[in-house]
Design a protein around this ligand. Structure first.
Ligand code: NDP
Length: 313
């Protein structure tokens, strides 16, 4: 199958899956839109590597399926019957899938979002590897541990939820969350407040009035600002002052061919700053570990994703 192929629900309906997939172990990412997804190239690169060690992985495949929220129940049923091992879910399915699950990991339940499905005899088990992906990328690329320093999180959407939850699980001492809309910010604070541990503090702010950043802060952009090159910074650049707040570092969850304005501004001040490709890589690696039961080399997935992103040979 060409790596660029994207199936629709209609194509899934028309395929003679039972026959075509009898000899393979299929996986897929489902989303709407999904044509831009780097997951197939990442997962195929990792499966190729696994197949060198264990030949059974030669029969594993990873597909891309574009389907809207209304199609999800039918699609899951068809793919389950066809013998799919599991799925990655992206927008809008991370939340829409919840009523269809037969089991859910506790942190995904609190978050109210699932990005990985494992198909079993009795149905679909949901978990979320975004938080793990974020934490691992922060460790690999910034050399920092989430539990050791304050976190200032910009955004309160799906990505921010996963990041805040992971920071809490890892014992982050001080979590600040800022968002444009008050309602979404309050929703996230309400979700996290009951699971705060002793010694942890949780504070919120409006993006228009960010606080003075504590020393050693890890700033995380989890707003959509930065996806396009012309997007403004979600934080006034004068907040990025290593003199006032020494030891800070920046993780921008957005990724693309360009550097975000925020990353540019931080690097101009000598602040270590990275974009979100590592988070994507490690969430994918963790999903594949769950499906295969094998340790997965994230670096090979990152390399494949970067090549696809930059169009490099
Ligand atoms: P959501 O739609 O759930 O949340 C979007 C967030 O961005 C909200 O907090 C929203 O604020 C904020 N926002 C949107 N536009 C603006 C604006 N003009 N000014 C200020 N804030 C704004 O999306 P996700 O959480 O899924 O995704 C957020 C970002 O994270 C995206 O850039 C996405 O690419 C990235 N991401 C990266 C991943 C990775 O693996 N690297 C994984 C998942 C996401 P409001 O509530 O006010 O609307």
């Amino acid at each position: 199958m060409p790596s660029t192929e994207t199936w629709t629900l209609e194509e899934v309906r028309q395929r003679g899956f039972a026959e075509a997939l009898a000899e393979v172990t299929p996986l897929a990412v489902i989303g709407y839109p999904v044509r831009h997804s780097l997951s197939p190239v990442m997962h195929r690169a990792a499966l190729d590597l696994l197949a060198r060690i264990a030949p059974e992985f030669q029969r594993w495949q990873y597909h891309r399926i574009e389907a809207n929220a209304e199609s999800l129940p039918e699609l899951l049923e068809r793919l389950h019957r066809a013998g799919f091992r599991g799925l990655n879910l992206t927008l809008p399915h991370k939340v829409e899938v919840l009523p269809l699950l037969t089991g859910i990991a506790p942190e995904a339940e609190v978050m109210g979002a699932v990005n990985t499905l494992v198909f079993g005899a009795s149905g679909y088990f949901g978990t979320n590897t975004d938080g793990y992906g974020f934490s691992r990328a922060v460790k690999e690329e910034l050399g920092r541990e989430l539990g050791k320093a304050p976190l200032v999180l910009l955004g309160a959407g799906g990505a921010a939820r996963a990041i805040a939850m992971q920071a809490m699980i890892e014992g982050c001492p001080e979590i600040w969350i800022g968002n444009r809309s008050r309602s979404r910010l309050q929703e996230l604070v309400n979700l996290l407040a009951p699971i705060l541990r002793e010694g942890q503090s949780l504070k919120s702010f409006s993006l228009r009035e960010p606080p003075t950043l504590p020393s050693n802060t890890l700033i995380v952009n989890a707003t959509s600002l930065g996806l396009k090159p012309e997007d403004a910074c979600p934080l006034p650049v004068d907040k990025l002052s290593p003199e006032h707040s020494p030891g800070m570092a920046l993780f921008d969850t957005t990724y693309g061919r360009h550097e975000s304005q925020l990353v540019k501004a931080a690097r101009a001040q000598g602040i270590p700053a990275v974009q979100g490709l590592g988070m994507l890589t490690w969430q994918g690696a963790r999903s594949l570990e769950i499906w295969t039961g094998r340790e997965v080399d994230g670096s090979v997935m990152r390399e494949a994703a970067l090549k696809a992103l930059t169009g490099a040979e």
